[in-house]
Design a protein. Sequence first.
Length: 74
Amino acid sequence: MTEKTIRELTLEAIDRGLADTIRQQFISVALTDPTDDGGTPLALKRFKRGLPQLADLHKQARTMVGDIFKEETP
């Protein structure tokens, strides 16, 4: 087993944070909202609309970490 660098550990933490956020939001809203026209819960529709924003924040965080470690590398 190889040791992971601080950069790799940081990126993994960002990935886990995103997954946890998505799971928590889904559980908290998708199961508690009424449905429109007897179909998909309204919260689920809002949740799906918000996923691209979460993905963008995730990408920004990974880019920032990558840039930080590029600056520290001689």
